[in-house]
Design a protein around this ligand. Sequence first.
Ligand code: 11C
Length: 327
Amino acid sequence: MKIAIVGATGAVGQQMLQCLEERNFDCDLKLLASARSKGKVFSYRGKDVVVEELNEHSFDDVDYALGATENDLTKKWMPWAQKNNVIVVDNSSAFRLDPDVPLVIPEINPEDIAKNHGLIANPNCATIIALVALNGLNKRYKIKRIICSTYQAVSGAGVKGIKDLENQSKDPSIPSQAFQYQIAYNLIPQIGSFDDLGISKEEWKMQNEGRKIWHNDDLLVNCTCVRVPIYRSHSESITIECEEEVDVKEAQEIVAKTEGCVLKDDPKNGIYPMPLDTTNQDLVYVGRIRKDISDLTGHSLIVFCCGDQIRKGAATNAVQILEKLVK
Ligand code: 11C
């Protein structure tokens, strides 16, 4: 079996390589990237793999591909993969809302993988982390509405975002490559461009993608997405309004049993999720679970969650989909 990683030298592509290695994925690997990275060498399961330049013949001998490129480039190479009947798990947002393309979080809707026509989309990182945290609660209480504020790591903007934080932490006068403003010692309440309603592209994703993943077209989401000077874990403060009345103790028990989650909820003893603790591992930490006292019906709950953006928010989720596909 031959698997290609497209965009293999970026932050997500490199993490995909590491995830495959950690999971001892038995395959021949092809690493594809731009001309600039051609010839770089990486190791996979004890063998050297040389990065090749992506072109229309790259997929001639490939069975599956993991996509980790920006939307424009993804749209360019996808027909080359499809021409060769390659099954693709793609991390870009280019095809996520296409009705023919399943959008999958394996802990939530693995059954949708079987509906694929050669392409499965990986959701946005903030969406994955929130929905994994909320999935058990959604099953029990049926979430109608989500109000979310995100604290998103610089890794969401790729290697350039990580470099900006590294550089500016030492010298704030170094100009940003990935952001409109200095990110060290600052935060930026903009991720993606704004529309006429004043809502950014990133802020639409949790509603649009959440509806598709949970198969609930009535889900309402109001999101404020903020970039913060944290390297690679996103954090999210989330209020959920549910059809059923909620109970804090029961909600904690549900989260503790939810696949992909770890309950970290003993605030009086200083136990709650923090982005440093979720860095470089695959689980979503959930805590600060409490009633929303501003909703007198008792149907609303507040949670705080953190998850590694490059791993569960991107590469790990894609590799989990691939594992289910090849089974
Ligand atoms: C960020 N969530 O933190 C973005 C990165 O839709 O896959 C991923 C964008 C996406 O900037």
